[in-house]
Ligand binder design. Sequence first.
Ligand SMILES: [Zn+2]
Ligand SMILES: [Zn+2]
Length: 253
Amino acid sequence: MRQRMVVLGSACALSSATQDNTFLFFDSPGGGLLIDCAGSPFHKLLKVSGEPGKLRGVILTHAHPDHIYGLPSLIHELWLWGREEPFYIYANLRTQRTARTLIGLFDLWDKPMPLELVPIPQEEGFLLLENDEYAIHTTPVRHLGPTNAVRVTPKIGKRVVTYSSDTRPCKELVALAKGSDLLFLECTAEEPHRVHLTPEQAGEIAQEAGGKELVLVHYLESMAQDPEGTIARVKKFFGGPVRLAQDFEAYAL
Ligand SMILES: [Zn+2]
Ligand SMILES: [Zn+2]
């Protein structure tokens, strides 16, 4: 099996009839990772032929509900499914606090599956995890509260992926994304905004980072209604291919 990145949701914090809040599944033979955790994660993993028993854990980029609210449901269903392997939750300290509250709220600590909380420091280009199949780096970006962008370097597949999480334009994101083959960038603002990107700014970041291909995620319903217009705005600044992510699309790495 090759490695792949699957879009489990592609909408911004306000979901739609066809798009859930943005979260991703990095699939790898020895065990993949969820990146953020929105609605019905266990169901969606099965739907895209992910193997719940092999999932290493989840990287939570920040504490906003659209990025984290599926966590207790995922833990609960993994328990019902019979998992006893440790499950890793990677998150910065602020986000860990929310995750701990959610886990405690539903009495999910004392299950046979141990929950291992691993901190993500607010350190640029931090190597969070490395094994025979992939390396994961994180970097702090600029949003509301501590937020981390994520870079996945596959060792079986060839395509490096960077996911911005939610952020305004920042040099930290450009540095993390440098030379990525696939860039998943948020696009949640029609006009320049203090915590999100416009299509033009997403294009500028992709161009500055030397990204090969740009996939917009976490975008507004207005952009979903006008994909050509949105792509034209991005292309004023970025010469490579651009598309708007759709739920359940898989990108081979
Ligand atoms: Zn968000
Ligand atoms: Zn957010």
